[in-house]
Design a protein around this ligand. Sequence first.
Ligand code: SAM
Length: 268
Amino acid sequence: MSGFSINWLDLREPADMAARDKTLVTQVIQYLQSDADISPVIVDLGSGTGSTLRALTSLGAHQCVWRLVDHDPALLNEALRRHGQQEIIEDYEADLLEIDTLPLGAATLLSASALYDLVSREVVDGLVERLARQSIAFYAALNYDGRTDWTPPHPVDTDVLRAFNQDQQRDKGMGPALGPESTAYLTRVLEGAGYTVQTADSAWQLGPDHAALVADLIRGIRAAVSDNYGLDRQALDDWERFRLSHVHDGHCVIGHLDVLAFPGKTSR
Ligand SMILES: C[S@@+](CC[C@H](N)C(=O)[O-])C[C@H]1O[C@@H](n2cnc3c(N)ncnc32)[C@H](O)[C@@H]1O
Protein backbone atom coordinates (compact mmCIF):
# COMPACT_ATOMS: atom_id res chain seq x y z
CA MET A 1 0.00 0.00 0.00
CA SER A 2 1.10 3.59 -0.42
CA GLY A 3 2.97 5.04 2.54
CA PHE A 4 1.82 7.54 5.15
CA SER A 5 4.08 10.55 5.52
CA ILE A 6 5.11 11.97 8.86
CA ASN A 7 3.76 15.32 7.67
CA TRP A 8 0.31 13.91 6.97
CA LEU A 9 0.18 12.05 10.29
CA ASP A 10 1.26 15.23 12.12
CA LEU A 11 -1.32 17.28 10.27
CA ARG A 12 -4.20 15.03 11.29
CA GLU A 13 -3.11 14.38 14.86
CA PRO A 14 -4.63 17.47 16.57
CA ALA A 15 -8.00 16.69 14.93
CA ASP A 16 -7.65 13.04 15.98
CA MET A 17 -6.75 13.97 19.53
CA ALA A 18 -9.72 16.34 19.86
CA ALA A 19 -12.06 13.76 18.35
CA ARG A 20 -11.07 10.65 20.35
CA ASP A 21 -13.84 9.72 22.77
CA LYS A 22 -12.40 10.55 26.20
CA THR A 23 -14.82 8.32 28.11
CA LEU A 24 -13.44 5.29 26.31
CA VAL A 25 -9.86 6.50 26.82
CA THR A 26 -10.54 6.83 30.55
CA GLN A 27 -11.80 3.25 30.65
CA VAL A 28 -8.76 2.04 28.73
CA ILE A 29 -6.43 3.76 31.20
CA GLN A 30 -8.32 2.41 34.23
CA TYR A 31 -8.05 -1.08 32.78
CA LEU A 32 -4.32 -0.67 32.14
CA GLN A 33 -3.62 0.68 35.61
CA SER A 34 -5.88 -1.74 37.49
CA ASP A 35 -2.99 -3.87 38.75
CA ALA A 36 -0.31 -1.64 40.29
CA ASP A 37 2.17 -4.53 40.39
CA ILE A 38 2.45 -5.06 36.66
CA SER A 39 3.51 -2.88 33.77
CA PRO A 40 0.78 -3.31 31.17
CA VAL A 41 1.95 -4.26 27.70
CA ILE A 42 0.25 -2.36 24.88
CA VAL A 43 0.70 -3.57 21.33
CA ASP A 44 -0.09 -0.66 19.01
CA LEU A 45 -0.75 -1.91 15.50
CA GLY A 46 0.04 0.42 12.58
CA SER A 47 1.56 2.73 15.17
CA GLY A 48 2.93 5.34 12.78
CA THR A 49 4.95 7.84 14.82
CA GLY A 50 3.14 6.92 18.05
CA SER A 51 -0.14 8.84 18.07
CA THR A 52 -1.90 6.32 20.32
CA LEU A 53 1.03 6.41 22.73
CA ARG A 54 0.82 10.21 22.83
CA ALA A 55 -2.94 10.19 23.33
CA LEU A 56 -2.93 7.63 26.13
CA THR A 57 0.13 8.92 27.98
CA SER A 58 -1.07 12.54 27.80
CA LEU A 59 -4.35 11.42 29.37
CA GLY A 60 -2.74 9.43 32.18
CA ALA A 61 -1.42 6.03 31.05
CA HIS A 62 1.95 5.50 32.71
CA GLN A 63 4.55 2.77 33.25
CA CYS A 64 3.39 0.92 30.18
CA VAL A 65 5.48 -1.16 27.84
CA TRP A 66 4.71 0.02 24.30
CA ARG A 67 5.20 -2.46 21.49
CA LEU A 68 4.91 -0.35 18.37
CA VAL A 69 4.24 -2.38 15.23
CA ASP A 70 4.47 -0.87 11.76
CA HIS A 71 5.85 -1.94 8.41
CA ASP A 72 7.37 1.49 7.79
CA PRO A 73 10.78 1.82 9.49
CA ALA A 74 10.87 5.61 8.98
CA LEU A 75 7.71 5.99 11.10
CA LEU A 76 9.01 3.65 13.80
CA ASN A 77 12.32 5.55 13.94
CA GLU A 78 10.42 8.79 14.35
CA ALA A 79 8.39 7.28 17.21
CA LEU A 80 11.62 6.18 18.90
CA ARG A 81 13.20 9.60 18.35
CA ARG A 82 10.19 11.33 19.93
CA HIS A 83 9.55 8.98 22.85
CA GLY A 84 12.46 6.56 23.30
CA GLN A 85 13.85 8.52 26.26
CA GLN A 86 10.63 8.77 28.29
CA GLU A 87 8.74 5.58 27.48
CA ILE A 88 9.61 1.90 27.31
CA ILE A 89 9.30 1.18 23.61
CA GLU A 90 9.82 -2.07 21.77
CA ASP A 91 9.66 -1.38 18.05
CA TYR A 92 8.65 -4.08 15.60
CA GLU A 93 9.03 -3.59 11.88
CA ALA A 94 6.43 -6.13 10.80
CA ASP A 95 3.58 -6.73 8.41
CA LEU A 96 0.32 -6.90 10.32
CA LEU A 97 -0.98 -9.38 7.75
CA GLU A 98 1.31 -11.96 9.31
CA ILE A 99 -1.00 -12.29 12.26
CA ASP A 100 0.53 -15.40 13.77
CA THR A 101 3.89 -13.66 14.17
CA LEU A 102 2.62 -10.43 15.77
CA PRO A 103 4.24 -9.81 19.18
CA LEU A 104 1.18 -10.40 21.36
CA GLY A 105 2.88 -12.46 24.08
CA ALA A 106 1.82 -11.24 27.56
CA ALA A 107 -0.05 -8.30 25.99
CA THR A 108 -2.72 -6.48 28.02
CA LEU A 109 -4.19 -4.42 25.18
CA LEU A 110 -4.12 -4.34 21.39
CA SER A 111 -4.55 -0.73 20.30
CA ALA A 112 -4.69 1.13 17.01
CA SER A 113 -5.84 4.38 15.53
CA ALA A 114 -6.97 5.19 12.02
CA LEU A 115 -6.30 1.61 10.96
CA TYR A 116 -9.27 -0.72 10.73
CA ASP A 117 -11.00 1.00 7.81
CA LEU A 118 -7.90 0.03 5.80
CA VAL A 119 -7.90 -3.68 6.60
CA SER A 120 -9.97 -6.62 5.37
CA ARG A 121 -12.46 -8.87 7.14
CA GLU A 122 -9.88 -11.66 7.13
CA VAL A 123 -7.43 -9.51 9.10
CA VAL A 124 -10.06 -8.72 11.73
CA ASP A 125 -11.08 -12.39 11.94
CA GLY A 126 -7.48 -13.51 12.43
CA LEU A 127 -6.63 -10.82 14.95
CA VAL A 128 -9.71 -11.34 17.09
CA GLU A 129 -9.12 -15.08 17.14
CA ARG A 130 -5.62 -14.45 18.54
CA LEU A 131 -6.86 -11.84 21.03
CA ALA A 132 -9.62 -14.07 22.35
CA ARG A 133 -7.20 -16.96 22.89
CA GLN A 134 -5.17 -14.73 25.23
CA SER A 135 -8.01 -12.57 26.64
CA ILE A 136 -6.36 -9.38 25.39
CA ALA A 137 -8.41 -6.17 25.50
CA PHE A 138 -8.96 -4.16 22.31
CA TYR A 139 -9.07 -0.42 21.61
CA ALA A 140 -9.33 1.02 18.10
CA ALA A 141 -9.87 4.75 17.69
CA LEU A 142 -10.87 6.80 14.67
CA ASN A 143 -12.36 4.30 12.27
CA TYR A 144 -13.90 6.22 9.35
CA ASP A 145 -17.66 5.58 9.28
CA GLY A 146 -18.71 6.98 5.89
CA ARG A 147 -20.07 10.37 7.00
CA THR A 148 -18.72 13.54 5.42
CA ASP A 149 -20.81 16.69 5.80
CA TRP A 150 -19.65 19.92 4.20
CA THR A 151 -20.74 23.47 4.95
CA PRO A 152 -21.50 25.26 2.70
CA PRO A 153 -22.98 22.52 0.52
CA HIS A 154 -22.13 21.91 -3.15
CA PRO A 155 -24.44 20.18 -5.70
CA VAL A 156 -22.14 17.16 -6.20
CA ASP A 157 -21.24 16.54 -2.53
CA THR A 158 -23.46 13.44 -2.41
CA ASP A 159 -22.04 11.96 -5.62
CA VAL A 160 -18.48 12.62 -4.47
CA LEU A 161 -19.14 11.02 -1.10
CA ARG A 162 -20.77 7.95 -2.65
CA ALA A 163 -17.72 7.46 -4.89
CA PHE A 164 -15.29 8.17 -2.05
CA ASN A 165 -16.93 5.62 0.24
CA GLN A 166 -16.80 3.06 -2.55
CA ASP A 167 -13.12 3.83 -3.00
CA GLN A 168 -12.56 3.38 0.72
CA GLN A 169 -13.36 -0.31 0.23
CA ARG A 170 -10.72 -0.80 -2.45
CA ASP A 171 -7.86 -3.17 -1.71
CA LYS A 172 -5.06 -0.98 -0.40
CA GLY A 173 -2.63 -3.82 0.11
CA MET A 174 -4.41 -5.65 2.91
CA GLY A 175 -7.30 -7.22 0.99
CA PRO A 176 -10.65 -5.56 0.19
CA ALA A 177 -10.79 -2.81 2.82
CA LEU A 178 -13.61 -2.62 5.35
CA GLY A 179 -13.86 1.16 4.85
CA PRO A 180 -16.99 2.59 6.49
CA GLU A 181 -18.05 -0.93 7.60
CA SER A 182 -15.08 -1.41 9.93
CA THR A 183 -16.74 -0.56 13.25
CA ALA A 184 -19.83 -2.70 12.59
CA TYR A 185 -17.63 -5.60 11.53
CA LEU A 186 -15.26 -5.27 14.48
CA THR A 187 -18.25 -5.17 16.85
CA ARG A 188 -19.80 -8.29 15.34
CA VAL A 189 -16.59 -10.32 15.43
CA LEU A 190 -15.53 -9.18 18.90
CA GLU A 191 -18.97 -9.91 20.36
CA GLY A 192 -18.93 -13.28 18.63
CA ALA A 193 -15.67 -14.01 20.43
CA GLY A 194 -17.24 -13.20 23.81
CA TYR A 195 -16.07 -9.61 24.19
CA THR A 196 -18.08 -6.75 25.70
CA VAL A 197 -17.96 -4.01 23.08
CA GLN A 198 -18.57 -0.28 23.34
CA THR A 199 -18.47 2.21 20.50
CA ALA A 200 -18.41 6.00 20.63
CA ASP A 201 -18.47 8.87 18.21
CA SER A 202 -15.12 10.45 17.34
CA ALA A 203 -16.01 12.62 14.36
CA TRP A 204 -13.54 15.21 13.17
CA GLN A 205 -14.99 18.72 13.50
CA LEU A 206 -12.96 20.73 11.04
CA GLY A 207 -13.12 24.50 10.64
CA PRO A 208 -10.84 27.36 9.61
CA ASP A 209 -8.23 26.28 12.20
CA HIS A 210 -7.75 23.08 10.21
CA ALA A 211 -7.44 24.72 6.79
CA ALA A 212 -4.25 22.85 5.81
CA LEU A 213 -5.72 19.48 6.80
CA VAL A 214 -9.00 20.21 5.00
CA ALA A 215 -7.15 21.29 1.83
CA ASP A 216 -5.17 18.01 1.86
CA LEU A 217 -8.37 16.11 2.43
CA ILE A 218 -10.13 17.79 -0.48
CA ARG A 219 -7.23 17.01 -2.83
CA GLY A 220 -7.10 13.43 -1.53
CA ILE A 221 -10.83 12.91 -2.05
CA ARG A 222 -10.63 14.42 -5.53
CA ALA A 223 -7.75 12.11 -6.45
CA ALA A 224 -9.58 9.07 -5.06
CA VAL A 225 -12.77 9.66 -7.05
CA SER A 226 -11.28 11.03 -10.30
CA ASP A 227 -11.34 7.73 -12.17
CA ASN A 228 -13.48 4.61 -12.00
CA TYR A 229 -16.65 6.13 -10.59
CA GLY A 230 -18.12 7.84 -13.66
CA LEU A 231 -18.12 11.35 -12.21
CA ASP A 232 -18.09 14.28 -14.60
CA ARG A 233 -14.60 15.79 -14.73
CA GLN A 234 -15.84 19.38 -15.00
CA ALA A 235 -18.21 18.95 -12.10
CA LEU A 236 -15.31 17.53 -10.07
CA ASP A 237 -13.05 20.45 -11.02
CA ASP A 238 -15.78 22.80 -9.88
CA TRP A 239 -16.28 20.84 -6.64
CA GLU A 240 -12.57 20.94 -5.84
CA ARG A 241 -12.30 24.67 -6.62
CA PHE A 242 -15.39 25.45 -4.53
CA ARG A 243 -14.23 23.34 -1.60
CA LEU A 244 -10.71 24.83 -1.60
CA SER A 245 -12.18 28.33 -1.72
CA HIS A 246 -13.98 27.61 1.58
CA VAL A 247 -11.22 26.09 3.70
CA HIS A 248 -10.91 29.36 5.65
CA ASP A 249 -14.63 29.94 6.26
CA GLY A 250 -16.32 26.55 5.88
CA HIS A 251 -16.87 23.55 8.13
CA CYS A 252 -16.55 19.84 7.65
CA VAL A 253 -17.56 16.86 9.76
CA ILE A 254 -15.83 13.58 9.00
CA GLY A 255 -17.42 10.68 10.85
CA HIS A 256 -15.30 8.28 12.89
CA LEU A 257 -16.10 5.76 15.58
CA ASP A 258 -13.95 4.43 18.42
CA VAL A 259 -14.23 0.84 19.59
CA LEU A 260 -13.34 -0.55 23.03
CA ALA A 261 -13.74 -4.22 23.87
CA PHE A 262 -12.96 -6.14 27.02
CA PRO A 263 -12.67 -9.91 27.14
CA GLY A 264 -15.60 -11.63 28.81
CA LYS A 265 -19.01 -10.16 29.39
CA THR A 266 -17.94 -7.49 31.89
CA SER A 267 -14.98 -5.11 32.06
CA ARG A 268 -12.53 -5.60 34.91
C1 SAM B 1 -3.52 5.90 8.79
S1 SAM B 1 -1.95 5.49 9.39
C2 SAM B 1 -2.22 5.63 11.14
C3 SAM B 1 -0.94 5.78 11.92
C4 SAM B 1 -1.12 6.06 13.41
N1 SAM B 1 -1.85 4.99 14.06
C5 SAM B 1 -1.83 7.39 13.62
O1 SAM B 1 -3.00 7.38 14.01
O2 SAM B 1 -1.20 8.41 13.38
C6 SAM B 1 -1.88 3.71 9.15
C7 SAM B 1 -0.59 3.09 9.67
O3 SAM B 1 -0.62 1.68 9.38
C8 SAM B 1 0.65 1.28 8.90
N2 SAM B 1 0.46 0.10 8.05
C9 SAM B 1 -0.21 0.04 6.89
N3 SAM B 1 -0.17 -1.21 6.37
C10 SAM B 1 0.55 -1.96 7.25
C11 SAM B 1 0.94 -3.32 7.28
N4 SAM B 1 0.60 -4.18 6.29
N5 SAM B 1 1.65 -3.76 8.32
C12 SAM B 1 2.01 -2.90 9.33
N6 SAM B 1 1.67 -1.59 9.35
C13 SAM B 1 0.95 -1.13 8.33
C14 SAM B 1 1.16 2.50 8.13
O4 SAM B 1 2.56 2.49 7.94
C15 SAM B 1 0.68 3.64 9.03
O5 SAM B 1 1.60 3.94 10.03
